[in-house]
Structures are given as C-alpha cells and as structure tokens.
Design a binder for this molecule. Structure first.
Ligand code: NAD
Length: 347
C-alpha cells in the first residue's frame, strides 16, 4: 500500500512511520509543514529506506497537497497533522482553527475528489484515517469512562478544534461515502515527545535538578498510553477497522499528574542517585484555566473487534521513556536550547 501520513515529523506521526516501515512493506509519504513541533531527526531510523519519502507542505495549501496526491497515488491517508498543545491553544487559538479545522477540511475535499476517480478495487481499499483525541468528550467525574457513543463536550480551543474536525470527517462519510475510520486516543508518552509536554519536561528538569512544576494540586487524572502501543493500534485500525466507525484507544493507566511526577522522581533517584530525593523539586503552580478533571477511556471496542491491547504498563513504559531521554540528549538538547523551550506543562 501507499500511505500518506500527515504530521509525520511530530511525536505520534514519527512513531507511526517508524512502526510501518519496520513492520510492514508499505510505502509512506510524510507530509509535514515542520512547525516548531515537527522534527525530522525523529525519523533518522527510516531515512535510508526507499519506502519512505518526505514532502514539506502545509495541509492548508490545497494545490500543493493535491499535487502530492496525484504523484504519490495513496491507498490510504493517516491524518495526524495538527496543532496539539492545549496551553498554546489557550494563548493563541488561531493556528488551531486554521490547521485542525480548515486543514482537515482541505484533506477531506482532496481525498473525496481523489477517491471518486479511483477504480472499484482501489476504491474498496481506500481509507481516510483521522487521528483524534479523547479530549473531545470533555471531562469526567470520579466514575465512568469515555465510550465511542459518549457525547462530545470539548472545553479547550484545542479540543473544540479537534471535535470540529471529527464532525467533518464523519460528515464526509455520511454525505459522500468517503471510507473513513476515526480514532480517539488518551494521552501518549514515550520517546521523541517534544519537551514542553508534562512527562518529558519533568524527566529533563528532574535530571537537571530544576523545579518540577505541577498544575493546581496535581489531582487531574489522565489515562496514559505508550506511543508505540498507539502506533500499533493505529496501523491495526487502518487495515482492519470497519469504514465509518470510530475506535477509542487507551492504556488502562489512570494516574493523577502528581502520581506521574512522583513515579518519575523515584525512578530517576534509582537510576541516577542524587544528594536529595527528586520529590523535593516538586513545585505546585497556578492551575490551567478550564483544566479538565479526569479522562478515562473504555477501549473495549478495539479490543473485542480488532484484538488490540497495549503491551506496556505505565511502570514499564515510563522506565523505557526515562532511559530513552537519558540516552538521547542529541535529540532533545537543541530543542531545550531553542526559543520554544518554555515551562508549559500540558499533559
Ligand atoms: P505534535 O504536535 O507532536 O505533531 C504535529 C505535527 O503536525 C508536527 O510535525 C507539525 O509540524 C505538523 N503540522 C502542524 N501543522 C501542520 C500543517 N498545517 N500542515 C502540515 N503539518 C502540520 O502532535 P502529536 O502529539 O504527535 O499528535 C498527533 C495527532 O494525534 C494530533 O492530531 C493530536 O490531536 C492527536 N493526539 C495526540 C495525543 C497526544 O497525547 N499527543 C493524544 C491523542 C491524539
């Protein structure tokens, strides 16, 4: 298969490309604008493969993307390009509206026209896979889980823009019969995550003996999924998911932010002992406005229909992640030194 991956220079997109090139014989065209979050060095492992190619393009630039569809002739599109950081969406929502909503509309429109001129056998293979978030469902109380049928109730400019794009994707299926699949996933962590996000920020600050900022009382709950488990789930949904369906993906790892930070502190103390326990570096800071209390995923549908479940527990995945950041300073140091390194704590 020829697969277009948008946003392939980002955290999850690069994991998806590494997964596909290593584990299958598909060809991948990575379309990425290379915003502050895009980093081609995350794709070093696949750069030499003749099944991997890259085009720098903005998904909002219709003629450029149309041209790439005509030359690459995709059998499938995995759409991950997005503005993805909640805190940035609060400070400046415009890019989120532009890329996440208008950009998704452009891709749908191009995909629809491209799909309509395919031969019947190519039509039956074609998929448009939209990668989305559990944040579209809003916030949970102490009980309950997000299911595929849960009503949308987005609270931040980021989640509202992703909810809009999900609705467009579903509409293109119902109205134009575009064979879409949609996935809504919980919080990811793992190698190559931009060091403004909670887990890499805490790992790197703890290693450097810097303060470890935690929003509010640290009691917001997230369900954490190791990024390579997510990449495997996405490949499965693309190939085996039923057109028109959405699948929730989660890690069965509900943790408060404080538990996450404390676990990282204790593991780093074990791997790199210091004079004082790292927990003493924890500093509680003013909460994010509209901070959703709890996210938790019911991943029963993808498990029963497609036989997917995560391989990593939080304990094994976080250990691997810490070791990866210790071993790969070449990757993160230039980002830490750049103007984009801020004390943003988004989960
Ligand atoms: P990321 O910010 O690390 O990467 C996004 C990529 O998209 C970057 O490479 C960036 O250069 C590219 N991009 C941004 N705007 C673009 C544009 N206009 N045209 C082309 N490329 C553009 O994001 P991520 O964490 O890898 O998330 C990928 C997708 O998965 C997003 O759609 C996000 O909503 C979704 N998601 C993320 C998580 C998570 O925990 N990170 C969880 C669930 C779903």
């Amino acid at each position: 298969m020829n697969i277009i991956v948008t946003g392939g220079a980002g955290f999850i997109g690069s994991a998806v490309i590494r997964h596909i090139i290593k584990n299958a014989d598909h060809s991948v065209l990575n379309i990425d604008k290379l915003t502050y979050a895009g980093n081609l060095s995350s794709l070093k492992e696949v750069e030499g493969s003749d099944r991997y190619s890259f085009a720098q393009a903005d998904i909002c630039d219709k003629p450029a993307v149309q041209e790439l569809f005509s030359s690459f002739k995709p059998d499938a599109v995995m759409h991950l390009a997005a503005e993805s950081h909640v805190d940035r969406s609060i400070d400046g929502p415009a890019d989120f509206i532009e890329t996440n909503i208008i950009g998704t509309y452009n891709l749908l429109d191009i995909s629809k026209k491209y799909f309509e001129q395919l031969q019947p056998d190519a039509k039956s293979r074609f998929r448009f896979h939209h990668i989305s978030t559990d944040e579209v469902y809003g916030s949970l109380g102490r009980e309950g889980f997000f299911k595929e049928e849960t009503s949308y109730d987005p609270r931040s400019p980021y989640s509202a823009s992703k909810a809009s794009s999900d609705h467009l994707v579903k509409a293109w299926h119902h109205t134009y019969q575009l064979p879409i699949v949609l996935t809504n996933c919980s919080n990811n962590y793992g190698p190559y995550q931009f060091p403004e996000k909670l887990i890499p920020l805490i790992i790197l600050n703890a290693l450097e003996g810097k303060p470890l900022p935690v929003y509010g009382k640290g009691d917001n709950i997230r369900d954490w999924l190791y990024v390579e488990d997510h990449a495997e789930a996405l490949a499965k949904v693309l190939l085996e998911g039923r057109p028109g369906e959405s699948y929730n993906i989660g890690g069965h790892n509900e943790k408060t932010n404080l538990e996450v930070v404390q676990t990282i502190c204790d593991l780093i103390d074990e791997i790199r002992p210091a004079d004082k326990p790292r927990r003493e570096l924890i500093k509680f800071v003013k909460d994010r406005p509209g901070h959703d209390k709890r996210y938790a995923i019911d991943a029963g549908k993808i498990q029963s229909e497609l036989g997917w479940q995560p391989k990593e527990s939080f304990e094994t995945g976080i250990r691997k992640t810490i070791q990866w950041y210790i071993d790969n300073q070449w990757w993160w140091q230039p980002i830490r030194d750049s103007k984009y390194a801020g004390e943003r704590l988004g989960e």
